[in-house]
Design a protein around this ligand. Structure first.
Ligand SMILES: N[C@@H](CCC(=O)N[C@@H](CS)C(=O)NCC(=O)O)C(=O)O
Length: 420
């Protein structure tokens, strides 16, 4: 009779048990009609795992939770597989345990610190914490990469339980957040991962695995968990809904309200038409100084618009180039709400880390619009200084930023992004 595994299909922790079962020949079946957030919160389920987490394996002698323990159980039920998959001596056995612990505490935990805030799971997103999480995770991947440079499998010369656990933990990273641009720095981990997921026993459970082609965007702060002081009493009493329901509710909460007029539309008309400037900027391909920069100052209306320099407050944390670029890209996406009232240039500066992020913005009005400060949380990650256009040095800095002048502040540009 098959043992029943309580989990949804595709759960990477459940995959450990299912793949281990494929290797050992133990029959394990997924429970029917499992519903995350519902099935694992019933009194019967909580008797099996008081944490209410999946997976749980029901056996004739009682239930087991913790995916590694379940996978071990599945393997140990067939003693000859215990030998082959755990290796035949104490040191190899210890090495299998070592890599299983490494997979849990370094790979899985490290990945969760990076991925979960982006998915809006519990940990709130924070740019500097993300930087830390990625560096922590890369250190673990580096160690794994070094080991795999001279080993096909984690222990010995065939698949062990350590490979099953490690691959399932890496799986979540490869499919959700670790793009090719990220994993190419760890070629032996890549080779190992793709070799493992293409083993027939893995493939039966995981199917065709497709690597993430983009890092999930940072959730908007509105959708992320609100701080306790902002929670309304009515909402506090509500039972936490399952993720799908929570997502549906979030959409409902954001139903469009009647739009109030933007105060910037009530300002006295300006002779500067921002769209004309954006067009000129985009269409000027040669003689940029003479055409675009000159045209900018001819058009610029210092009464209707203001110019601002910004500088990222935590430049010393910009140690990973693609994370820095993503951070700036995300900022520009979130500025979409200001497209009618703003133009911006963001320079990512430096030939080696840490990269410096500096920008120039034109905003309608004499202040940074309040709705931008309120709605785009990136704004507070930067120091903002109003440009004094009577100062020729500052004016020249504006020109250099519009033009992507290189070197900038004595350093090469990693990239320059434009908001228009
Ligand atoms: N260390 C546990 C982790 C289990 C776990 O975090 N399960 C998640 C799904 S992957 C869960 O059930 N979450 C539901 C909850 O937190 O209520 C294991 O390896 O089994």
């Amino acid at each position: 009779m098959a043992l029943v595994l309580h989990a949804g299909a595709g759960n990477k922790n459940a995959c450990k048990a299912l793949i281990a079962a494929e290797y050992s020949g133990v029959k394990v079946e997924l429970v029917k009609d499992f519903q995350m957030g519902v099935s694992n919160k019933t009194p019967e389920f909580l008797k099996m795992n008081p944490l209410g987490k999946i997976p749980v394996l029901e056996t004739p002698e009682g239930a087991i939770f913790e995916s590694n323990a379940i996978a071990r159980y599945g393997i140990c039920m067939k003693s000859f597989h215990f030998i082959s998959i755990y290796q035949p001596n104490i040191i190899s056995y210890a090495c299998v345990e070592q890599w299983m612990d490494f997979a849990a505490t370094e790979i899985d935990a490290g990945l969760a610190r990076w991925l979960y805030p982006r998915l809006g799971y519990g940990i709130p997103y924070n740019a500097s914490m993300e930087e830390f999480a990625i560096n922590f995770f890369k250190r673990s991947l580096d160690a794994l990469n070094t080991h795999l440079a001279s080993n096909t499998y984690l222990v010995g010369h065939s698949v062990t339980l350590a490979d099953i656990v490690m691959t399932c933990n890496l799986y979540m990273g490869f499919v959700r957040i670790m793009t090719k641009a990220f994993t190419s720095a760890f070629p032996h981990v890549e080779r190992y991962f793709w070799t493992m997921v293409n083993q027939p026993n893995f493939k039966k459970v995981m199917g065709e695995v497709k690597q993430a082609d983009a890092v999930p965007p940072v959730p908007s702060p509105k959708k992320a968990a609100a701080p306790a002081k902002e929670a309304k009493p009515k909402e506090v009493k509500k039972e936490t809904p399952p993720p799908a329901k929570a997502a549906a509710e979030a959409v409902e909460e954001e139903a469009p309200k009647p739009k109030a007029k933007n105060p910037l539309d009530l300002l006295p008309p300006s002779k500067m038409i921002l769209d004309d400037w954006k067009r000129l900027y985009s269409n000027t391909k040669t003689n940029f100084r003479e055409v675009a920069i000159k045209g900018f100052w001819d058009m610029f209306d210092p009464e209707g618009y203001s110019l601002w320099f910004c500088e990222y407050k935590y430049n010393e944390e910009n140690t990973v180039s693609f994370v820095t670029l993503n951070k700036v890209g995300g900022f520009l996406q979130r500025m979409d709400l200001a497209r009618k009232y703003a133009f911006g240039k963001m320079l990512i500066i430096g030939g080696t880390p840490p990269f410096k992020v500096k920008g120039l913005w034109i905003f309608r009005g004499q202040e940074i619009p309040q709705f931008v400060m309120d709605e785009c949380y990136d704004m507070e990650l930067y120091n903002w200084t109003k440009v004094d256009i009577s100062d020729e040095v500052q004016k020249e800095r504006v020109n250099a930023m519009i033009e992507d002048q290189e070197p900038f502040d004595g350093e090469p540009l990693l990239d320059a992004k434009c908001f228009k």
